[in-house]
Design a protein around this ligand. Structure first.
Ligand code: GLN
Ligand code: ZN
Length: 774
């Protein structure tokens, strides 16, 4: 490493949103894909965004030349960036490489999006967040080589602009730990076994970054906090020990910061990193602390992640300060202040929210406000606590104001949750329910249904937007929605489905729609957060005690029911999913908040029943997503999450059939929890894995109704009658006939009408054929 060793800044953030304050990157990338913006134009937009970020961060108080400004831009995903930098592109995309094997922008986007029969990289959740990364594919045949100089060029670009930035790269252990084996790999192949072949490329990358002017590099290693990856913590720690001995040992490199957010570093990983020849370590102090009995850090800098990178609350600076002080006892050479994770999980700027209630806004911190908090703490570390007294006092005052504000605590809501008893969570005997539902619904064997939404057409989006702008009166808009519902109901009758849906045309989003109609929530105008690639979501803010001022879905569902003699399924989003996809208050246990939401839904279910709706689905696609990374935290989570679903649904009478829907097929850890939900019918994803999950359901002894999806709605492909029949054969061969339902994998809102109708007709034809054989 270069001498003298550079000093780590007193404060930094681990990453910044890259989508742009007004989602400029989304627009540019999507118009590039559509052929309306050439690569040079896209590169210019990206360079402008990077410049705007550097300037903004400097304006907020991070230093231009002390490596406190991270360079964390990505066109699509940081894991894909690292994979393409080291040349880990699956064989099926090899033809897209440049003459010297270079992976340019076109190959990069193709790996993300697929082309023809070449499927894109799989996408999955990044730790326990709502961000999705692309899963690298690595096999024995993968040839690692430096294949993109994009990261290096970004450092040089900043340098030319007068900034010494700190490039942020997913580290080698996490890259391999998150990868899956290529199709060509032998069974049981573990990508981590390629670590020794990968390290020389990282060494080369570090040298190139150094040559471009980087004094520090940040290697993100969140795999070292997780207990939910295929590799055990001890195996990951051992890999980290080998990786950082080698990377740290190289002569020509920037100083290394290893960053491990999202939870507490495993004790094994702490020991490995404490002994490694790296210069700084970043840990998450918002979701963990220093492992007990941790070894001293010698002359390393310890970056305390005291500003939460994942929520939008202003936070308690006094507590953050105290927590930084406690780090000093660990004997690190110096302590710096930071965010717990990258700020990619929060929106840009509270100041962009002109229509938020100013009092609520004063309790919030988005990326810019969090950066300012870090800058304040850094000033305290440099100049002493006195220097930041005013800011600490202001933060404490905002917190007390929040605590005392009306709506944050609502006596009636509190009294209701406090008086709950075991009975409120229990629907009673399943066999009794089955008998009552058979009589009430008289469904055929292998009943068919859909998951709720029908295609959200351009017409629907336009009508909603025009209503939002006041160009359509509420009366006109509601008339439009009623026509839409009537069309969808008639279509389902024509296709021959058994349990119908109203199609969800009135919903912009399955969580925001409920947030807009419940007390205790606020919605933002510009609070976008990257979900994956060019897609962003705008999570609602759950800030107060939740209650339901009026029925939400009842008018739509009962209108839909009035149009048909078939059962109409009421459609609600469950409490866990509402929490998972919102920014949730941090001042009380999630379990308490979940029960409040559950009670609001319970009232909605009672009103739906009273309006004659006999089948009600409560979607919980996020149940698995919130599962804590640490094993010892999982039982408590599963208990409150399952309880909140049960609280929402247990008021339903025996003849009312309660459905739930989960968007994935990884039943492993949550199968008992799914059974404990006690829904009468559960629909799950199964088409992509060709019904593999059916075997898991059988062995688990799951005995309620289950609809393994027969139509992969993630692709425009229409499943053939034969294909659906095969899946149904598998289901009826492995499960008792009375259990099996027939449905797509998920809602149809992202699909077009042509493929949807054809697919549903094929499903009905296959079901009719299978019914003859059973
Ligand atoms: N009812 C929702 C729909 O059909 C479910 C969506 C989901 O599970 N993500 O759109
Ligand atoms: Zn789904």
């Amino acid at each position: 490493m270069t001498d003298p060793r550079p000093v780590f800044p007193k404060g930094t953030i681990l990453g910044y949103p890259r989508i742009g304050r007004r989602r400029e990157l989304k627009r540019a990338v999507e118009s590039h894909w559509a052929g309306a913006l050439d690569a040079a134009g896209l590169e210019r937009t990206a360079a402008d965004l990077r410049r705007a970020t550097r300037e903004r961060l400097a304006e907020l108080g991070l230093g231009r030349d002390d490596s406190s400004i991270p360079e964390s831009f990505s066109f699509y995903d940081q894991v894909l960036d690292a994979a393409t930098t080291v040349g880990a592109l699956p064989e099926r995309f090899a033809g897209l490489r440049g003459p010297d094997g270079e992976i340019g922008l076109a190959a990069y986007f193709t790996a993300a999006r697929g082309v023809g029969d070449n499927a894109p990289l799989e996408m999955t959740k990044w730790f326990d967040t709502n961000y999705h990364y692309l899963v690298p594919e690595i096999g024995p045949e993968t040839v690692f080589s430096l294949s993109s100089d994009r990261l290096v060029r970004q450092v040089a670009e900043a340098k030319a602009d007068g900034y010494t930035v700190r490039p942020v790269v997913v580290g080698p252990v996490t890259l391999l730990a998150l990868a899956k084996a290529t199709d060509a790999a032998p069974a049981g192949f573990d990508p981590l076994s390629r670590l020794d072949d990968l390290l020389p490329v990282y060494t080369q990358l570090l040298a190139a970054l150094r040559a471009a002017g980087a004094e520090w590099v940040q290697l993100d290693e969140p795999a070292l906090v997780s207990e939910s990856l295929p590799a055990a913590p001890a195996v990951l720690a051992d890999a980290a020990s080998r990786a950082y001995a080698q990377l740290g040992g190289s002569a020509d490199r920037p100083a290394i910061l290893v960053a491990a957010g999202y939870a507490q570093l495993s004790p094994e990983a702490w020991t490995a990193l404490a002994a490694a020849p790296v210069e700084a370590l970043a840990i998450d102090l918002t979701r963990g602390s220093v492992p007990a009995g941790a070894a001293g850090l010698g002359d390393k800098t310890l970056l305390g992640g005291v500003v939460d990178g994942r929520n939008i609350w202003r936070g308690d600076l006094a507590a953050a300060w105290a927590s930084l002080q406690s780090l000093r006892e660990l004997g690190a050479a110096s302590v710096s202040a930071g965010t717990s994770t990258s700020l990619q999980h929060v929106p840009h700027d509270v100041a962009d929210e002109a229509s938020l209630d100013p009092r609520l806004a004063s309790w919030l911190a988005f990326a810019d406000q969090k950066t300012a908090q870090v800058v304040t703490l850094a000033r305290g570390l440099a100049d002493g606590r006195d220097a930041i007294d005013a800011e600490v006092a202001e933060a404490s005052a905002a917190l007390s104001d929040r605590r005392a504000a009306p709506g944050v605590s609502d006596g009636a809501v509190r009294a209701r949750t406090a008086s709950l008893t075991a009975d409120d969570f229990d629907r009673g005997d399943y066999a009794t329910r089955v008998a009552a539902q058979e009589e009430a619904l008289a469904l055929p064997v292998l009943p068919t249904t859909t998951i709720g939404s029908f295609p959200q057409t351009g017409d629907i989006r336009r009508a909603r937007a025009r209503h939002g702008k006041g160009e359509l009166t509420t009366e006109e808009y509601e008339g439009f929605l009623r026509d839409e519902i009537a069309r969808v109901v008639a279509l389902q009758e024509d296709i021959g489905l058994d349990v119908l849906v109203h199609g969800e045309a009135e919903r912009n989003d399955m969580v925001q729609y409920f947030a807009e109609n419940l007390d205790g929530f606020a919605v933002t105008q510009n609070g976008w957060v990257q979900s994956y690639g060019s897609r962003a979501t705008r999570p609602s803010i759950l800030w107060g005690d939740v209650s339901r001022p009026a029925p939400i879905t009842v008018a739509w569902s009962s209108f839909a029911q009035s149009l048909t003699d078939k059962p109409m399924k009421g459609m609600l989003t469950g409490p866990v999913t509402i929490l998972a996809w919102s920014f949730v208050r941090d001042d009380q246990p999630l379990a308490e908040t979940a029960n409040q939401v559950a009670l609001a839904l319970r009232d909605e279910i009672a009103d739906l029943e009273a309006a004659g709706i006999g089948v009600i689905q409560v979607d919980e696609p996020a149940l698995r997503e919130l599962l804590p990374l640490k094993k010892d935290a999982q039982p408590a989570y599963l208990e409150w999450s399952v309880d909140s679903f049960r609280l929402a649904t247990a008021g339903a009478a025996a003849p009312t059939q309660v459905h739930t829907h989960l968007c994935y097929s990884e039943f492993d850890v949550v199968i008992d929890a799914i059974a404990a939900l006690d829904a009468d019918v559960t629909s799950i994803e199964a088409a992509r894995s060709r019904g593999e999950v059916i075997g898991d359901i059988r062995t688990s002894g799951f005995s309620h109704g289950v609809g393994p999806g027969v139509y992969d709605i993630h692709s425009p492909r229409v499943p053939s009658v034969g294909e659906v029949a095969d899946l149904l054969d598998r289901a009826v061969a492995e499960l008792p006939l009375r259990q099996v339902w027939v449905n797509p994998d998920c809602g149809l809102k992202t699909r077009g009408y042509d493929e949807t109708v054809e697919s549903l007709r094929n499903i009905i034809e296959a079901t009719r054929a299978t019914r003859e054989t059973v």
